[in-house]
Design a protein around this ligand. Structure first.
Ligand SMILES: [Zn+2]
Length: 447
């Protein structure tokens, strides 16, 4: 008997050695698996968690609460600069562009090709652009929606930072040259929100402000089709929102609502209180809370203030457990900290913008860390936005969709190769990231 076991064991060892010594056959299996996975991933009709599509109006006014072109010439990573190969690839894929480089003349030609197609497609142009990137639904982060951006292909994500700043922002704005340009835009947006509600003057008390302005605005946005609200607070202040007492916040509000400059400490306390209130209301209304978490953009951006770890007290607040939070741009270079925050039951992260700024290999490293732990919390996104007349959101959506799918393929292939998951589980995870995680989070009713 012992002898038979010895023979069987020996045979197993030989078979194992033979299989290890046959790298050619392993590689073949790997490459055919990779190919099958890549093809599968390219066919998934995606949900884009975060983007800034334009209407078909050439003078599209309602697009962005804090348009960054107002900041002047800012530093941009190489992959989104006009000379980047990615733009050339996109112009070829979308518009059959034939040239070898996007010089001034080529940009002009491309602009003509695009504007002709836009005229021809009219309100159908934005949906056509989604089809090119194989995106079924795009969450459009905009002040208002407009011509060509209709549901179900486009769903609205509003901006709510303006509600945090009912008092004079003069002192806050004086801190950096970027703040000087950005705070007046929030003042204008708050004025618009008040006008929408037919309110000509801010209410005298915080309690009235919360009811008549904050809740009323959020409810109107929800009624208008909004499925999530977005904070880009990191452009204006640190994300270190602390729980504040209503009494203290009310005193600050009442004291300065008719004028005067609150100290930074006092204003921060009021902003913090309003932030928690908005997050709670968003939970009540079933709207997710999107938070910009990425070290940029802007030449005076304070990178330390956008670290996802700063939001831990918010995520840990039992009163906010009905609110779903999404770390937009996944924290960027703070991706490891995002990984730590994914332990919270109500925290998600998207890969928008990373799909434009990073190479597929760079993004795959981060994705693999997140997907090996919390695959149901990761959302695909583009942050598609216009970089210039010929370099529109349509092209950046295509670039991000292509890069995102490549990165996903690399990350999941690696996990298959290391025997972490099977090919069929890899396909499941890819579908979750590109489509069903967002479908479930926002109840999109996808088929
Ligand atoms: Zn964005």
């Amino acid at each position: 008997m012992k002898k038979i076991f010895a023979i069987i064991s020996f045979a197993c060892i030989i078979l194992y050695i033979l299989s290890c010594n046959n790298p050619a056959s392993n590689q073949e299996t790997n490459s055919s698996t990779d190919k099958e996975l890549a093809e599968f991933i390219n066919k998934i009709r995606a949900v884009d968690n975060h983007a800034h599509p334009n209407t078909i109006d050439p003078d599209d006014k309602g697009s962005d609460a804090l348009p960054l072109d107002g900041l002047g010439a800012i530093e941009l990573p190489a992959r989104v600069r006009p000379e980047s190969q990615t733009w050339l690839d996109a112009s070829r894929a979308l518009y059959g562009f034939k040239g070898d480089e996007l010089n001034e003349k080529a940009m002009k030609d491309l602009e003509d090709i695009i504007s002709n197609l836009m005229k021809q497609k009219d309100e159908g142009f934005p949906s056509w652009a989604l089809d090119q990137a194989n995106i079924e639904v795009m969450l459009a982060n905009r002040i208002t929606m407009g011509a060509g951006l209709a549901a179900p292909r486009f769903r609205w994500v509003s901006y709510v930072d303006a509600l945090l700043f009912p008092l004079s922002t003069k002192a806050e704005a004086a801190v950096t040259p970027d703040h000087e340009k950005l705070f007046p835009l929030e003042d204008q947006l708050l004025k618009k929100y008040l006008a929408d509600l037919n309110i000509s003057k801010l209410p005298a008390t915080l309690d009235e402000y919360l009811k008549q302005v904050v809740t009323a605005t959020l409810e109107a946005q929800k009624k208008g089709g909004c499925i999530a609200i977005k904070f880009e607070a990191a452009y204006l202040r640190s994300l270190d929102f602390e729980k504040a007492e209503q009494q203290q916040a009310s005193e600050v509000y009442a004291h300065y609502v008719n004028g005067g400059e609150p100290s930074h400490e006092k204003y921060k306390l009021l902003q913090d209180f309003i932030f928690y209130f908005i997050a709670r209301e968003a939970g009540r209304l079933g709207m997710a809370v999107h938070i910009h978490s990425f070290p940029g953009a802007g030449n005076y951006f304070v990178a330390a203030g956008c670290d996802p770890l700063l939001l831990e007290p918010v995520f840990n607040d039992p009163d906010l457990r009905n609110t779903k939070f999404v770390l937009i741009h996944g924290g960027g270079t703070f991706a490891k900290h995002t990984s730590a925050m994914l332990w919270k039951p109500n925290v998600y992260a998207d890969i928008s913008l990373l799909t434009q700024l990073w190479t597929p290999d760079q993004l795959a490293v981060v994705l693999r860390d997140w997907l090996s732990q919390f695959p149901e919390k990761i959302l695909f996104g583009t942050d598609a936005v216009a970089f210039g007349p010929a370099l529109g959101w349509d092209m950046s959506a295509w670039i991000a969709s292509t890069t995102g799918r490549q990165a996903l393929t690399i990350a999941l292939s690696g996990m298959i190769r290391d025997n972490e998951i099977t090919l069929s589980r890899a396909k499941e995870i890819a579908t979750m990231v590109l489509r069903t995680n967002a479908g479930n989070l926002y109840n999109l009713g996808l088929k």
